[in-house]
Design a protein around this ligand. Structure first.
Ligand SMILES: [Ca+2]
Ligand SMILES: [Ca+2]
Ligand SMILES: [Ca+2]
Ligand SMILES: [Ca+2]
Length: 472
């Protein structure tokens, strides 16, 4: 065989192998299948199919969106869902009537009632001159399906103005992280009147911090009301978690993270405060752009990292809850799954679901309120190149760890924002293996084309004939 034939054979094999790998990835992905099963689950008869593995309590999951191509004009990944799984893994509740779902919190004193935030995109004719969004809080009894409206307001635009999180203070007052106006406010949900607010501009300067002002300055995406009355807020675009005193404002020396110092936290989501009585003060955080979940412990007036968990599949985690048994429930948005790791860091429960925002395991307390700190539990940190698949009878076991380790290295090199933007536009069935296959295909074809061109004796002329015809 001539050298040229051999090179052509190598290129052709590379192309065939990468196409096969992509086809296999598309065919074997369980994310789309699971989503379709959840959507079609026959909830009313109560004899639904088991979709999630069994666990001790009901798990509620809010998804930001799921299908790759949604309704016209809504862009990719449009349909979002609020899903609840019974402890036996069947579907207890399903709703996809809103455009997006965000925070979910259990309602104290109830067994199956949650409050959640939603966004409904309105079109130009409904809003006036530009698009707008209705942001609201609703309460739903997952057993009966009864929905109660709690509070809602319309904000301009839709990107980077939708409220992501709220937290109940008592029966009549509720705190909201208001992304649209870069503030947090407390509203009386009976009267609709605001009782308190803190604007980020009180303590941060729009011209030299965070993201672009006014389009997406703080991206304040979380608020938690602490037992001592303080509010903890997440300023995503400032890479900071700030503590607010409702009398005096920002508690200066408590801030966790520094703007653009991404090794601490990098555009985080859903920080959970663990008080001293439970082994804190500690904060458990979805360190989203660093593709890991981290915990920081307050020691001698400083925040020190005491725990970290990541694997190859982890891509833009946006929620982590420490459970009373010391496990951690993690929402892996671009990894398209919600899963639970035990104290040794092993995955013990996992469900594939497209683009989840947050999860709650009912009867374990709101977020991490029933859990202990990593430091008190002596949790084992983990960074593994394996995909950590738990055997649920429908997954293909662990992926090649060489691919996984290489993937973690790539994610450590490429800035998280670009990497997650890239993964966001890819279909949900594409994981690290499929991305490698796609790259091999693209670069293989390019290299082959260049090689053929250089071999061509007429390499200074365009080797293809182009016909240009004038129409009409
Ligand atoms: Ca929540
Ligand atoms: Ca909340
Ligand atoms: Ca959480
Ligand atoms: Ca949660």
């Amino acid at each position: 065989m001539s050298a040229r034939k051999l090179v052509r054979l190598v290129f052709a094999s590379l192309v065939v192998l990468s196409v096969l790998a992509l086809a296999n990835g598309a065919a074997s992905s369980s994310v789309g299948q699971t989503d379709e099963q959840i959507r079609q689950a026959n909830i009313s008869t109560g004899d639904g199919k088991q979709i999630a593995p069994q666990t001790n309590n009901i798990t509620v999951i809010a998804t930001d969106s799921n299908t790759w191509f949604g309704k016209a004009g809504d862009g990719p990944r449009a349909r979002a869902e609020l899903v609840a799984f019974n402890s036996n893994g069947t579907v207890l509740y399903y709703n996809d009537s809103h455009t997006r779902y965000w925070d979910v919190d259990p309602v104290e004193g109830t067994e199956t009632t949650v409050e959640f935030l939603y966004a409904d995109h309105l079109n130009k004719s409904e809003c006036g001159t530009e698009v707008c969004t209705r942001n609201g809080v609703e309460r739903v009894n997952l057993s009966t399906g009864a929905v109660t409206d709690v509070y809602s307001r319309i904000t301009p635009g839709k990107h980077s103005t939708r409220w992501h999180d709220g937290d109940r203070i008592n029966d009549s007052t509720y705190a909201i992280a208001d992304i649209a106006q870069d503030r947090v406010f407390v509203v009386n949900t009976t009267t609709g009147l605001l009782e308190w607010s803190w604007e980020a501009q009180n303590d941060f300067e729009p011209t030299n911090s965070g993201g672009p002002y006014p389009e997406d300055w703080t991206h304040i995406n979380d608020v938690e009301v602490l037992e001592d009355g303080r509010l903890m807020v997440s300023l995503r675009n400032h890479d900071q978690i700030a503590f607010l005193d409702r009398e005096t404002g920002l508690v200066e020396n408590w801030t966790l993270g520094t703007d653009d110092q991404h090794d601490i936290i990098y555009e985080q989501h859903n920080p959970d405060y663990i008080p001293e009585s439970q082994g804190g003060p500690a904060v458990l955080i979805g360190d989203s752009e660093s593709n890991r979940v981290v915990e920081y412990q307050r020691e001698n007036g400083e925040w020190n990292r005491t725990w970290m968990w990541q694997d190859a599949q982890m891509q833009w985690p946006r929620d982590a809850d420490r459970l009373p048994n010391g496990h951690t429930l993690i929402t892996d948005s671009n990894g398209n799954r919600v899963f639970e790791v035990n104290q040794q860091g092993d995955v013990v429960w996992s469900v594939d679901i497209a683009f989840p925002y947050e999860a709650e395991r009912l009867e374990t307390g709101d977020e991490s309120s029933g859990g202990q700190s990593a430091s008190a539990l002596g949790l084992v940190s983990k960074s593994t190149g394996e995909s950590s698949a738990v055997d649920t009878g429908k997954q293909n076991g662990q992926k090649e760890s060489i691919v996984g380790s290489a993937w973690i290295e790539i994610k450590n090199i490429v800035p998280g924002r670009y990497m997650n933007g890239f993964m966001y536009v890819l279909p949900a069935w594409m994981g690290s293996t499929e991305v490698f296959a796609l790259l091999a295909l693209v670069f293989g074809l390019l290299a082959w084309a260049v090689t053929e061109w250089r071999w061509s004796s007429r390499s200074l002329t365009i080797p293809w004939t182009v016909h240009i015809e004038r129409r009409g």
